[in-house]
Design a protein around this ligand. Sequence first.
Ligand code: F6P
Length: 551
Amino acid sequence: MASRVLLNELPAHGELQGHAAALRGASISDLFAADRQRAEDFTLTAAGLRLDYSRQLLHRDARAGLLRLAGQAGVEDGIRALFGGEHLNNTEDRPALHTLLRAASGDGQQERFREVAGARARMRDWAGRLQRGEHRGYTGAAITDVVNIGIGGSDLGPRLVTEALRPYRGTIACHYVANVDPADLQDTLRPLHPATTLFIVCSKSFRTEETLANSLSARRWILDAGAADADLERHFLAITSNLEAAAQFGIRAQHCLPMWDWVGGRYSVWSAIGLSCAIAVGWAHFEQFLAGAAAMDAHFRDSPAAHNMPLLLGLLEIWNCNYLGASNHAVLPYDNSLRRLPDFLQQLTMESNGKGVSAQGAPLDYSTAPILWGAAGTMGQHSFHQLLHQGTRLCPVDFVLPLTTHTGLAQQHRQLVANCLAQSRALMVGRSLEEARATLLQRGLGAADAARLAPHLAMPGNRPSSVISMSALTPAALGALLALYEHRTFCSARLWGINPFDQWGVELGKEISAQILEVLSATRPAQGLDPTTEHLIAAWQEAQSGIDQGQ
Ligand code: F6P
């Protein structure tokens, strides 16, 4: 892979620093006043989504500079390389072909596409058999509940999609267990019955500690209920690229659906990793979800930079972080069924772009992925929105807004929409000291009290946000939304010079955890660790002896 020029070495970098310095004192409301076409010209549509970024602290010249920056960073070459299957994951020498998982044809990747099509056929088959009650547990009763055991990308995507598409669900209930804390498994299994429960062990590597521990406990749960060893296979499927480890666990190849090394965990919900979603909502809806993502892929691959929604979102991320100084990014879905979207996006963006060296290993002396956080609206309005409106930090916001509801409660949904639009507007317009004082006088306060309280009511405004809307949260719209953020993450990575497809930073903690587990299991002495860890281990040991004595 040829060495790429870093963000702060690109010719447009200086120009953008100049725009940012000038705009820091500007007001977004004034930008609207000076540009009648702004609302229209700072809006894009693609694959059923509408992105309105007119409330960003950005004018046309800065936008043109950002598009020049993208050209100089070779983002469009990167897009071609991504779809062309080049080994963009250079540290692991692999392509990143998650787009193939939702494609309708192979397009230069025929061999891999045949495998994808084969896996889809097997997913459809399993989803259909379970939905029709044809797959039975050890007592002969039909399966009623599916428990997906996985973590990270083998959990967050499937969990989000199943929850978000709840209005489309069929007869099988899908549940998700991720944490190695046994309480997660225990709480999930409490209302379920072993005879009618199927586990899907979702692990690309089949080596992940949390997933293996939960799977072993799940197996014990089935056996303790009276099933024989030979019955276990009726209760376990695996999604993995490690057939050998799955076989050692006791899941034979016929019950394993494939994963490939050219799909990263956080980009894998479109593969058999999404089987629980297909079971929950039925194959036809899962296919619509794939088609929605494929529509966003086509837009991303074929649209010119100025109209390319993922690229524009990536440029806004760079603009807010590297030029305006934001260190975080809030995503606020105004739809309760999307409440797990921030969790999904945290892994997608922070595991992809939370890096301090370039793809070639050069240290980066600029900020990379911002801290992504958020919650479903309107919950945050009664909690952290205070900081968004009056705090001292710059927190750019993406509002995500389905314009209609599946609930049938149109009047109540109107309140939700009003709140979303109000928050975005309030962040922009704020309230001046003078307006605050006038409001207080209107409320009947005396002049002295109004002057005293006005600074507390005043809101600086001018806080950037975008609104991503869709007519309804359909499977296709959800697919397009997740693909949008995947591609935005890729564009930002290109601009920062990062490889977004590896995650070496998660390794060290896993290694140390294995060492400490040996110490806790008394198969290795505690010496040689740091003093704090040794003290904490001693405290744990003391607590165990307390429990032993109490028993
Ligand atoms: O530890 C990080 C990670 O490797 C993620 O990238 C991945 O999504 C998750 O663990 C689960 O991995 P696996 O599917 O191999 O169990």
